[in-house]
Write a new protein. Structure first.
Length: 280
């Protein structure tokens, strides 16, 4: 997921095409002595049949996601596509069809910035760090999406704690420090808003796959309701009130599948300025 430089990367020869036979993210740039380098472009190619076979120990990825001070233990990594799901789909359904049923978000970034114990945001979810990444919005029917560089960080509060939840929400901020200052794209067709400063990839916390078995049913996977938050926000919007829009996406980080997330607007000053007027 790292960016190419004049010193780091593979020189492209147009007479030798890049072989793409499995899920691959390609980051490219043009360089010429005495000239400013071209912007880095990123394209992710996803082979959905490979996703269903994603292993428990993918090459190049760590076996743990840092240390949980709350639980006093190392946090084991979780990459594998659950065989109980992949091998036991209901008649008429398949994992392949599901992966092509909703849009995809692909994050590309320095692997250490994402997952390494010393500096990675996912391995240190309670640290309020930011990193640079590329984000792509990809449609399975080849509708034109977008690719931009932006800021990425862990989002949330209690959901940052690994002993409660290993699947963390991610916040994307569009800033001129890393790329365009705004995302201009009709992300949610039912909304008149097509300018965004911040988006959140919600892991849905207790409505997803909690790890603790307390008295509250909210932490039990069997009681999880992915659609709860989306339903409430859409209901509020349908009643004529300001409400953030969102949809569901498949998330990939450096080519590895990280599950379903709810991509939504963040309720921040820019959100309210666009809807209610004024300056953020």
């Amino acid at each position: 997921g790292s960016e190419p430089t004049e010193q780091y990367g593979i020189m492209y020869d147009r007479n030798t095409p890049i072989p793409i036979t499995t899920t691959t993210h390609v980051r490219s740039a043009a360089f010429k002595p005495g000239w400013k380098s071209a912007d880095v472009t990123t394209h992710t190619y996803i082979f959905v049949d490979d996703v269903a076979r994603q292993p428990a120990n993918p090459p190049g990825w760590p076996s743990d996601w840092g240390y949980s001070s709350d639980a006093g233990a190392v946090v084991p990594a979780d990459y594998e596509m659950d065989p109980r799901v992949v091998n036991n789909t209901q008649p008429g359904y398949s994992v392949r069809d599901a992966l092509l049923d909703i849009p995809t978000v692909s994050i590309s970034m320095l692997p250490d910035d994402f997952i390494s114990d010393p500096i990675g945001i996912y391995a240190n979810p309670q640290s309020r760090w930011e990193r640079k990444c590329s984000v792509e919005y990809i449609f399975p029917d080849n509708t034109t999406g977008f690719q931009h560089d932006c800021k990425i960080e862990i989002h949330g509060n209690a959901s940052r704690r690994p002993y409660r939840m290993q699947k963390h929400s991610l916040r994307l901020t569009f800033t001129s420090l890393y790329g365009p200052a705004k995302l201009n794209y009709p992300l949610f067709p039912e909304s008149p808003v097509d300018e965004f400063n911040q988006l959140v990839l919600r892991a849905t916390f207790t409505d997803s796959w909690g790890l603790v078995s307390w008295s509250s049913s909210r932490y039990r996977p069997n009681d999880s309701q992915y659609i709860r938050d989306v339903w409430m926000k859409e209901s509020l919007g349908d009643m004529g009130q300001p409400s953030s829009r969102g949809n569901f996406v498949h998330l990939y980080v450096n080519g590895l599948y990280f599950g379903i997330h709810n991509l939504t607007e963040r309720l921040a000053d820019d959100f309210f300025a666009i809807r209610l007027g004024g300056e953020p």
